[in-house]
Design a protein around this ligand. Structure first.
Ligand code: HEM
Length: 447
């Protein structure tokens, strides 16, 4: 294919390019670029050439049609020690083999067995809640999804191992961000204080993970958790199983990729519901109708349609993964633009999912839109909170079930109100986090 279009972008600093603008206000910068320069915007982060892609058709070309021309972007390779060669970061034949091994673990029928744990752990959290008391609902959601991830992945209780893992991961994420934001990231082996902290965190992670794996292998028991399923997964072609190192990398990846993203969606959902009583009333009407006062269970998941729409709409406005990055490994042409080998493409959910060309009143929280006929003709990649193509989120169904069951379990009894005078803004870090959390009050809801 021949390139027919030469896109134009904003002027940048002679050395750092657009990195300072991006660093100062990622969401604002990406939005301004899209609104002022269109669907394909060339940028530069220091020596790296970047193409910002803001149209669903070209996003589909990159993620699906021409996915073979791309690998994950450079930033993911900045931090190889934490996730190792897990699904999120590996490439090529190795990734394909691992994906084939792990995919069956995430089919709908398998993950349904975790619904009971999800509801039980949510009820356990609710038992400690005191209506009328101030709380940060984001912290509550982080603790809850951490407990669910620990239980469903490792059959571990929160308190011991799960806390060590989460703490060490937080250190690694900070280290990653620091390196991502610098023009010349220092390699991890240079003993700066931040790198020493990161290396200590990795040692802690490895100690816990290898101990859990060793114990599971020695006991030869099937704990019914995801780790047991991974331990027994066999390659269809040669019958081989995963080594301890592969198990460690995949378990870490699932833990990291799974718990914060889900907590963020829930936090943003409470934030939005607290300001939209009409949506909240509709949610209650569904919960009262379907559940009639009892706890939800896995059979309710398909019936809780509005509850699901609430989660979908929250992820449209506040996608936990707000931008996806890829790097071209061959010269190619996308949307008529030349994309040379080595160029990074950025696909921003934050921008596209708020584009008025694809969504009426794009800034408005209106879960009911997901039931409208017009949404069926929306371009496929106008909404992609879970990515798409071969690298689509493997935990999508798991996350949707978790979101619906947690929302239903909490909202049938409680509502959340933001603390008056507090302004919550999205902070585009590794993921899209609410700043300064989501402080407010939990109130009991009358039936
Ligand atoms: C609301 C919750 C979630 C969101 C928004 C989300 C989002 C995403 C996105 C956007 C990607 C694609 C990244 C890319 O293409 O570069 C992805 C990949 C991935 N996600 Fe999720 N995710 C969620 C929950 C989960 C859960 C619960 C798990 C596991 C238990 C999980 C595991 C993974 C893995 C392993 C990958 C890499 C897949 C591959 O490359 O083959 N995610 N996720």
């Amino acid at each position: 294919m021949i390139a027919t279009h030469v896109p134009v972008g904003p002027p940048g600093h002679w050395l750092a390019g657009h990195l300072p603008d991006f660093r100062t206000d990622r969401l604002g910068f990406l939005t301004r670029c899209a609104r002022e320069y269109g669907d394909m915007v060339p940028l530069r982060f220091a020596h790296r050439r970047i193409l910002l892609v803001n149209h669903p058709d070209q996003i589909e070309e990159i993620l699906v049609t021409h996915s073979k021309h791309f690998i994950k972007h450079f930033a993911l390779r900045l931090n190889p020690v934490i996730l190792g060669k897990g699904l999120l970061t590996s490439e090529g034949d190795f990734w394909l083999r691992q994906r084939r091994l792990i995919q069956p673990v995430f089919v709908r029928t398998r993950i349904q067995s975790y619904a009971g744990d999800m509801v039980a752990l949510t009820e356990k959290m609710l038992a400690a809640w005191k209506p009328g008391e101030a709380c940060d609902i984001h912290e509550e959601m982080m603790r809850l999804t951490l407990a669910i991830a620990a239980k469903t992945l490792f059959n571990a209780e929160v308190g011991g191992d799960a806390h060590t893992i989460a703490g060490a991961m937080a250190v690694m994420q900070d280290n990653f961000l620091e390196r991502f934001n610098s023009i010349l990231p220092l390699p991890l082996w240079i003993p700066t204080p931040a790198n020493l902290r990161a290396r200590r965190a990795v040692r802690q992670l490895d100690d816990v993970m290898y101990r859990i794996i060793r114990a599971r292998r020695e006991a030869k028991s099937d704990e019914g958790d995801l780790l047991s399923l991974l331990l027994h997964a066999r390659d269809e072609d040669d019958g081989s199983r995963m080594t301890d190192k592969q198990l460690r990398d995949e378990a870490m990846t699932l833990f990291l990729a799974g718990h914060e993203t889900t907590a963020l969606t829930l936090s943003w959902t409470w934030y939005l519901l607290g300001q939209h009583p009409e949506a909240e009333r509709e949610l209650w009407a569904e919960l009262d109708g379907v559940l009639a006062g009892r706890q939800p269970n896995v059979d309710d998941w398909p019936k809780l349609k509005y509850t699901e729409m609430v989660a979908l709409e929250a992820m449209r406005l506040y996608p936990p993964a707000y931008v996806i990055g890829r790097e071209a490994i061959t010269d190619c042409v996308i949307g008529g633009c030349a994309v040379p080998r080595g160029m990074t493409v950025l696909l921003p959910q934050w921008v596209v999912q708020r584009d008025p060309r694809f969504f009426d009143e794009p800034e408005t929280f209106r879960p009911g839109r997901w039931g409208e006929e017009r949404m069926k003709s929306m371009p496929r990649f106008a909404y992609f909170p879970f990515g798409g193509g071969p690298r689509v989120c493997i935990g999508q169904q798991f996350a949707m079930m978790e979101l619906v069951l947690i929302l239903a379990t909490i909202a049938r009894k409680y509502r959340f109100r933001l603390r008056p005078g507090v302004t919550v803004t999205p902070h585009a870090s590794f993921t899209l986090r609410p700043s300064p959390g989501v402080p407010g009050v939990i109130e009991a809801r009358s039936p």
